[in-house]
Design a protein around this ligand. Structure first.
Ligand SMILES: Cc1ncc(C[n+]2csc(CCOP(=O)(O)OP(=O)(O)O)c2C)c(N)n1
Length: 446
């Protein structure tokens, strides 16, 4: 038993020995006081594969009475992203996996070219999968240059097809005299834009249609994939979002349409070997910034917030899991454009100890004031509340301790110590000013 309502149930976590990449993150982030997990040599664990295979084959998904959008509740949902080809410990995949746990059975993904499209679709295989009902993310990769437009197009197509379906279901409700069908149509119409409600109403409608004769039914059945509410996601890295795809991203958020943009912010073009982007930070060594980037990170969140009707959040999973899930759930439920910028450690950062420490590194990023957490929800403004919520506390650790933990900064110190000192001071000052600016924003929106 893991909480009220789960009497008679127990759970275990079984790792697939053959698929585990050995990143060791689970060992590092395990909250148990006594270390509950330990890494062991692969050969000594091969005979444990049978437990994993048994669980996959025989243990069914259970209805668990925890809210899906909580840390605990989300982790009892089936991930519809499984074994990707990402670097072991990648900071991007945990976000995508979490999003599929929340919305995977009704989600569309437009994926910009970049690491997310490479680990997300290394043809001929894909780590995205389906649940027992055969439902899973519909995924496609567009050009690096036009992915926001591609996702916006998906949203427009879905909206158009669902509106037409609603028109037909309304007509059917008005004309049918078959028992139960009118009620099923009305129930679907009332729940069309409710994620869970539309799923239940769709099943009822399909079963009512099955036992009635009707002229419009064929057309409705042809479009039954549109019965449940869809969740349209646009995935990409910072090279796409801040730089090359920015014009399209701006166009897509300005449209006011119900899209969810998720930026996996690694602060470099990761997939092409670590070139600097407008998201890279002062003092960071990257390709095209071999002596440390001189100018500051673009404030993409602030640009999006200036519209007033865009949901915007900055998150970092390892720093605050609850805030991360809250932002993702709020963005998805917001019936307009949403932009989430997620801090994503990358092998290019050269984190001390390697990506084993990726999740802990995001915690350090927030504690040192290197990265800030906040949410801007236009719905709150309409309710007379402050739409801007700063979720980061004032830094409790030294900014330069974060820099000292990553090769992308320490390498500058080794090569150009004086310049490093100068740029790191500038970076620290810029981070302080960003936090003060966020504090002022919070007051301003009050
Ligand atoms: C049409 C097209 N333009 C450009 C590229 C080259 N390209 C592929 S991935 C990439 C960088 C992606 O960087 P980013 O958006 O930051 O995502 P990340 O890899 O960091 O997740 C570039 C420039 C390409 N493959 N195709």
């Amino acid at each position: 038993m893991v909480g009220k309502g789960t009497e008679g149930l127990s759970f275990s976590m079984n790792v697939s020995v053959l698929d585990c990449q050995g990143c060791g993150i689970c060992v590092g982030v395990c909250p148990a006081k006594e270390k509950a997990l330990a890494m062991k040599n692969l050969d000594s664990q091969r005979d444990k594969q049978k437990y994993f295979d048994y669980a996959v084959k025989n243990v069914s998904v259970k209805e668990i009475p925890f809210a899906k959008s909580t840390v605990k509740g989300s982790q009892f949902e089936q991930p519809l992203l499984e074994f990707s080809g990402a670097c072991a410990g990648c900071g991007e995949t945990p976000y995508a996996k979490l999003i599929t746990q929340l919305f995977g059975d009704r989600m569309y993904i437009a994926n910009a070219t970049g690491c997310t499209s490479i680990w997300g679709g290394s043809a001929p295989s894909t780590p995205y999968t389906v649940n027992k009902q055969g439902k899973g993310p519909a995924w496609a990769n567009s050009l690096f240059e036009d992915n926001a437009e591609y996702g916006l197009g998906m949203q427009l197509a879905v909206a158009q097809r669902r509106d037409k379906l609603a028109e037909n279901i309304k007509k059917l409700a008005e004309t049918t005299d078959c028992a139960g069908l009118k009620e099923a149509c009305d129930e679907w119409l009332a729940n069309k834009d409710d994620a869970e409600g539309s799923k239940a109403a769709s099943e009822k409608l399909l079963s009512a249609i099955g036992s009635c004769e009707c002229g419009l039914c064929d057309e409705i059945l042809e479009n039954k994939d549109m019965l449940s509410k869809k969740s349209v996601w646009i995935f990409g890295g910072d090279g796409w979002a801040y730089d090359i795809g920015f014009g399209g991203l701006d166009h897509a958020i300005a449209s006011g349409r119900d899209i969810n943009i998720f930026v996996f912010d690694t602060e470099v073009y990761s997939n092409t070997g670590g070139q600097a982007s407008k998201s890279s930070q002062i003092g960071q060594v990257a390709q095209f910034a071999a002596s440390g980037k001189e100018i500051g990170k673009k404030n993409l969140a602030q640009i999006a917030m200036s519209y007033g009707y865009v949901y915007v959040a900055q998150i970092a999973m390892g720093a605050n899991q609850a805030q991360c899930i809250k932002a993702i759930a709020e963005a998805e439920s917001y019936p307009g454009p949403s932009l989430i910028i997620a801090y994503s450690p990358c092998i290019n950062h050269g984190i001390k100890g390697g990506l084993t420490n990726a999740q802990l590194e995001t915690k350090l990023a927030v504690e040192t004031g290197y990265w800030h957490l906040f949410r801007f929800d236009p719905r709150l403004k309409a309710q007379g509340k402050n739409p801007f919520q700063l979720d980061s506390k004032a830094p409790t650790a030294n900014y330069k301790d974060f820099l000292a933990n990553e090769n992308r900064y320490t390498s500058l110190k080794l090569q150009f110590p004086e310049r490093a000192e100068e740029l790191f001071d500038k970076a620290e000052q810029a981070a302080k000013e960003r936090y003060e600016h966020l504090l002022r924003l919070s007051k301003l929106y009050e």
